[in-house]
Design a protein around this ligand. Structure first.
Ligand code: GDP
Ligand code: MG
Length: 314
């Protein structure tokens, strides 16, 4: 018995240890300081937890980005079978603050978005979770956007509502590159982010040319261990950005912006049209009532009046 209790105690201790965000200590001192500062800012705004949902095509670097932010190999990364088969939520605690990151498998199958897979992620995994930030991940070193990208954005919008994009950040991985065609790094980044944003912005819009009243931030990421470093040992991009504190800062800004976080409740899972479905029949029911009930009633009343004996004074 005593042995069992000891085992349980050790197991829960290991579990608690595992939940501590120890990966933060792997970062260079300057990064650690900045990250703790950002956690402090969140706590000042009375936020003691944050849930980030990571989505995008398979193989773009979603899992690697999760690991980079946490400073540890928390989720599996693979060059070939590039996706985890199901979503994984990693939770880490630091000074009373909990960071939850949900890494999802790519929802593409045979060149199409697998809507059923997305529904399952939503109903089985995300139910009753609140999404504070959506990281929409793609690669910086791709040269075009295609129909599949549009499908993914559409699927996310339909699943979580267009409001999800107010909590969205576009993340472009493989950011340590030398641009082709004599373009400067900034020009290349601008071109690529414009192309991705064109697709992403179509998600929250109802009509094609409707202007968007909020800008979706774009951040660059380089997950490779060969990423260049500054004198302080922090990972930097060709444009000089120290990218880990920068992405965490952008996450805190978006998490605390004026828009509400997205609660994945049963109503959201049933779909925005769940209540609407029955409404299609309302005109039919009214027409039925008019022709078969009201008309009949009117006829009976008319007949009754006609049959009624005239009063003597008439
Ligand atoms: P996921 O399917 O979107 O989760 O992608 P993974 O994180 O599993 O990454 C797929 C492959 O791309 C792995 O071989 C990663 O090492 C590699 N990778 C991911 N991000 C980057 C990056 O920023 N730069 C480079 N050079 N490779 C990356
Ligand atoms: Mg993955």
């Amino acid at each position: 018995m005593k042995h069992t209790w000891n085992c349980l105690f050790i197991m829960s201790f290991i579990w608690l240890m595992a939940r501590e965000w120890s990966g933060i200590q792997q970062f260079p001192l300057a990064t650690q300081t900045k990250l703790l500062e950002l956690l402090g800012t969140l706590k000042e705004k009375e936020r003691d937890s944050l849930t980030i949902l990571v989505m995008g095509k398979g193989g773009v670097g979603k899992s690697s980005t999760v690991n980079s932010i946490l400073g540890e190999r928390a989720v599996a990364v693979s060059a070939f079978q590039s996706d985890v088969p199901r979503p994984v939520m990693v939770s880490r605690e630091r000074s009373g603050f909990t960071l939850n990151i949900i890494d999802t498998p790519g929802i593409v199958e045979g060149g199409y978005v697998n809507d059923q897979a997305l529904e399952l992620i939503k109903s089985r995994f995300l139910l009753n979770k609140t999404i504070d930030v959506l990281l929409y991940v793609d690669r910086l070193d791709s040269y075009r956007v295609d129909n599949l990208d549009k499908q993914i954005v559409k699927a996310i919008t339909e699943s979580f509502g267009k409001e999800i994009w107010r909590k969205g950040i576009v993340v472009l991985t493989h950011a340590q590159l030398t641009p082709p065609d004599c373009l400067s790094y900034e020009e290349f980044f601008a071109k690529r982010s414009d192309a991705v944003l064109k697709v992403v912005d179509s998600g929250p819009r109802f009509k094609k040319h409707e202007p968007l009243d909020h800008a979706i931030p774009v951040v660059l990421v380089e997950n490779s261990s060969r990423c260049n470093k500054n004198d302080g040992g922090e990972k930097i991009l060709p444009n000089g950005t120290v990218w880990i504190p920068h992405i965490v800062e952008t996450i805190t800004i978006v998490a605390t912006n004026e828009s509400k976080s997205i609660l994945v409740d049963q109503k959201l899972i049933d779909g925005p049209n769940a209540n609407e479905r029955g409404k299609v029949f309302i005109p039919l029911i009214l027409a039925f009532q008019y022709f078969f009930v009201i008309k009949q009633l009117k006829k009976w009343i008319k007949d009754d009046i006609a049959k009624e004996p005239k009063s003597s004074w008439e």
